[in-house]
Design a binder for this molecule. Structure first.
Ligand code: PLP
Length: 395
């Protein structure tokens, strides 16, 4: 894998540490411990042991025969992150960071959550390690994600309603950063995607890279070669960077799929890389959806896990350098792909992951039959069936 970022936390023009003076030493402390842990075989072995025995890794690399036949082009494989404990890739990162928090001697873990998936993964990891867990969540999101709020409470977390601003994920991150500034002596902030000030983007990449590393090994066993294409949806960018980074020095084409929502022209989307401009949000520089004053614009997607107005700095760097390509699919295309995967493969995908499936539906038929295309199926769709039912009923 590549040695990004540089010593200041930059991936090309993006990343860095844009935080208040009181938070700078906090980030430095986390960075120092993370760099130690990632090169400590005992730490890595403990992390891998939990991934195996608790999360259920390695996840399968599944040949989607019926989907391949239906689309009539490239051979399609699914990397089954949906089969992880708690139902998505988010647990890979939560386990890694909770082990780091323990190394730092912190007893209290705080996290932000939008749709609730990272909150559930954090509450799960904290339950297992007997850590106090506080999850900040926008009042609006609490209302929309009742079931995940209850899950977090069952797991022993204290879910705190955030009533400022738009009452959504962006505001929950602001409140979590303020909590950290006030309580850093005993508190660890667990960020849920490859975003935030350094070292978070490189740390989340490190803990999610197991996805791409396994895919490389599994593709060699199944096909004798690496895939020609790998596809992943991009919200903050953690499942995508975990899949892409191990392929960085290979020839494999990397394609990230952003949510075009109701269409880029409507302004109701969350296509940060495809439609944003560089700026600073939540302590790091990257492409952003922002107005002329640098204020973040409200982001929208049918999939709650993708509607964030920023994106991980490593993706902004991949975009600038051309190493990865970023495209969009609409809500409607994602919903069609959701239904298609249910019917053809008996797999209910998360609405987030359905965006990657939707792009495969466009791309695969145009490719030769000997090409290999992998979709990172980042999560399962049980959490989304109620929402999909309501949408389909309205049609
Ligand atoms: C949270 C989530 C995402 C989006 O987050 P990334 O950091 O971009 O991976 C994608 N898929 C699922 C299933 C999620 O829960």
């Amino acid at each position: 894998m590549v040695n990004f970022p540089d010593e200041h936390g930059f991936f090309g023009d993006h990343g860095g540490v844009f935080v208040s003076d009181e938070l700078k030493p906090v980030m430095a402390e986390i960075r120092e411990e993370f760099l130690k842990c990632k090169d400590d075989p005992a730490f890595v072995e403990e992390y891998k042991d939990y991934l195996h025995n608790y999360v259920g890794r390695p996840t399968p690399f599944y040949f989607a025969r019926r989907l391949t036949e239906r689309l009539g082009g490239a051979k399609i494989y699914l990397k089954r992150e949906d089969l992880n404990h708690t139902g998505s890739h988010k647990i890979n990162n939560a386990i890694g960071q909770v082990l780091l928090a323990r190394r730092l001697g912190k007893k209290r873990v705080i996290a932000e959550t939008g749709a609730g998936q990272h909150g559930v993964a954090t509450a799960t990891a904290c339950a297992m390690f007997n850590m106090e867990c506080i999850v900040y969540m926008g009042e609006e999101d609490i209302r929309r994600q009742e079931l995940n709020v209850f899950r977090m409470k069952l797991l022993g977390a204290n879910v705190v309603s955030v009533t400022q601003g738009t009452k959504t994920l962006k505001d929950a991150i602001d409140v979590a950063l303020a909590d950290l500034a006030a309580n850093y002596k005993d508190t660890y902030y667990m960020i849920g995607s490859a975003v935030g000030p350094d070292p978070y983007p490189q740390m989340v990449k490190f803990f999610q890279s197991v996805i791409g590393e396994e895919t490389i090994e599994q593709s060699k066993v199944a096909e004798g070669v690496l895939p020609d294409y790998v596809l992943a949806c991009v919200g903050g960018g953690s499942n995508a960077v975990g899949m892409f980074a191990p392929f960085y020095n290979e020839k494999t084409a990397l394609i990230g799929i952003e949510p075009a929502g109701k269409g880029l022209e409507t302004g109701m989307h969350a296509a940060t890389l495809c439609a944003g401009t560089p700026g600073v949000l939540h302590g790091f520089k990257s492409y952003l959806l922002q107005d002329e004053n640098g204020e973040p614009l409200p982001a929208y997607s049918v999939s709650a896990g993708l509607d964030y107005p920023g994106v991980g700095p490593e993706h902004s760097f991949y975009k600038d350098s051309g190493r990865a390509q970023y495209v969009t699919v609409t809500d409607g295309e994602a919903l069609d792909a959701f239904c298609l995967l249910c019917e053809e493969e008996g797999i209910i995908p998360a609405l987030e992951s359905s965006h990657a499936v939707a792009y495969a539906v466009k791309l695969a038929p145009a490719l030769d039959k000997d090409k290999i295309l992998v979709i990172n199926l980042s999560g399962r769709g049980d959490k989304d069936v109620h929402q999909v039912l309501e949408i389909l009923n309205k049609k």
